[in-house]
Design a binder for this molecule. Structure first.
Ligand code: SF4
Length: 463
């Protein structure tokens, strides 16, 4: 199947002021990147960013449904806006993202004040859909969609670090995960389209890019062999080499990986490409092979450890982060203990943890052996305690070390400080000028001596 992505015709000129807008984004980096693009489309249509949510003429909630609490949060926000709409019928309410895709028409029945319900695959079509709303329609856009390359310039949060989508959707079938049913089948962007976007970012001063995909290591598998990589399959390794020479870009990151597709070849390529940063986010989800089987993850703990060991062999300084789910249906205490011992074995820099949350249209949600809330709370508390302990222990290696930091911005909580990250993705704060009074600016890469460590951040001084 060839996922050819073609640009669509959008009106060229910026329209006159059409009012103000506000976007609230829930969930993952993919949603953040989608929101940046939708913000760019609204600005191109003539909307201006509102000063605050409650004064905006157009409200867009870009939603998440990965867990039940993310879903409930959206309804509380929606209730507030529905009340506003009763007082101001011109208010436009848009629900985008994964919950919109999952609930579709039932959302319009539940909150009739909503004007547009659009799934993630429709993000680039916001202008077309909003024009239908302006023509007096209530619009539902959740049909399967080829994702077009958008030409509206994303309105990005950072002026130094940019998200670049490379593959949308996921073809895996993890039994707890709602993503395939709400984000659809994998659609890889062409290497050329990706490189164009990165070159465009470099031309306006971006220094770091993060390549994004739900299952990023599967990049290109929806292309035919030789289609873009004339010597074989187009893969993430091929793409990293293909984009590595873009002038101006100093750092390359990518997320989110899947152990099933994290190959030795990819690790070799990462260790040979200087711009690829030594931070790898590889969710393991459970430390028990029995649970991994029931999750349909497609790897074992032994293969997972092999990947991590090979990374550490080639890039000993690298940081490894992951995601883990506790209290999956039927998880015994012993299987939970296996997850804890894996964390102790590998000593992760960080693990994002969550208690299993049954999701609509996922196999595991209907399984009989669901665990109680008490067990979920207890296991979450225990794993978080261990994660903080191992993260702190891992952080000790930074003490008194010299770290290369990309200055991303001024610390919003203390403007005498800059903030940035190490190549291993550790947040770092340091004074804006060095002892010899030399001053620096965002986008520069500087050397910082680390004086103080905390579980999830570092403090230092300019060298
Ligand atoms: S790889 Fe599994 S967990 Fe990740 S998005 Fe795909 S189905 Fe969900």
């Amino acid at each position: 199947m060839t996922a050819s992505i073609a640009p669509i015709k959008q009106s060229s000129s910026i329209r006159t002021n059409r009012g103000s807008y506000w976007i609230t984004t829930f969930g993952c980096q993919m949603n953040k990147a989608d929101s940046e693009r939708m913000s760019g489309i609204l600005q191109k249509m003539g909307y201006e960013l509102a000063k605050e949510e409650l004064t905006a003429d157009l409200i867009l909630y870009n939603t998440c449904t990965i867990r039940d609490n993310a879903e409930q949060k959206v309804y509380s926000y929606l209730g507030r806006q529905a009340k506003r709409k009763k007082l101001d019928p011109n208010l436009k309410i848009i629900i985008a993202g994964c919950l919109a895709q999952q609930e579709g028409e039932s959302l319009l029945r539940r909150v009739p004040e909503i004007d547009l319900v659009m799934g993630p695959q429709h993000a680039n079509r916001l202008e077309t859909l909003l024009n239908q709303v302006d023509n007096g329609h209530q619009v539902l856009a959740t049909d399967e969609q080829h994702i077009y390359e958008d030409i509206a310039t994303a309105r990005r949060e950072s002026a130094i670090c940019g998200w670049v989508n490379i593959i949308y959707g996921c073809n895996e079938r993890c039994t707890y995960c709602v993503v395939p049913s709400v984000r659809g089948k994998e659609q890889s962007r062409t290497p050329k389209a990706i490189k164009n976007e990165i070159e465009q970012l470099a031309s306006i001063g971006y220094k770091e890019i993060t390549l994004l995909g739900q299952n990023i290591d599967a990049y290109g598998r929806d292309f035919n062999v030789g289609e873009y990589n004339y010597s074989g399959q187009t893969t993430l390794s091929y793409l990293l080499e293909y984009i590595h020479d873009v002038k101006g870009i100093e750092r390359i990151r990518f997320a989110t990986s899947h152990p099933r597709y994290f190959t030795k070849e990819l690790i070799d390529v990462c260790s040979n490409l200087p711009k690829v940063c030594e931070h790898f986010h590889i969710p393991f989800q459970s430390g028990s092979n029995k649970i991994l089987k029931r999750m349909a993850r497609g790897y074992t703990i032994e293969t997972y450890k092999e990947i991590i060991n090979y990374i550490k062999e080639l890039m000993p300084e690298s940081s490894i982060t992951a995601d883990a789910i506790v209290a999956f249906p039927g998880e015994t205490n012993d299987e939970f203990e296996e997850t804890l011992s894996l964390i102790e074995d590998i000593k992760f820099d960080l693990v994002n943890t969550a208690a299993y949350s049954p999701r609509p249209n996922t196999p595991a949600a209907s399984w009989p052996n669901q665990l109680s809330e008490n067990i979920k709370v207890d296991r979450l508390r225990e794993i978080n305690r261990l994660v903080e302990k191992t993260a702190k222990a891992r952080n000790i290696r930074y003490k008194d070390s010299k770290q290369e930091i990309l200055i991303e911005s001024i610390n919003s909580k203390n403007n005498s400080q800059f903030m940035g990250r190490t190549r291993t993705n550790r947040l770092t704060f340091f004074p804006r000028s060095s002892s010899n009074g030399k001053s620096y600016k965002t986008g520069e890469i500087v050397n910082v001596k680390i004086n103080e460590i905390r579980p999830f951040s570092l403090t230092g001084s300019l060298l």
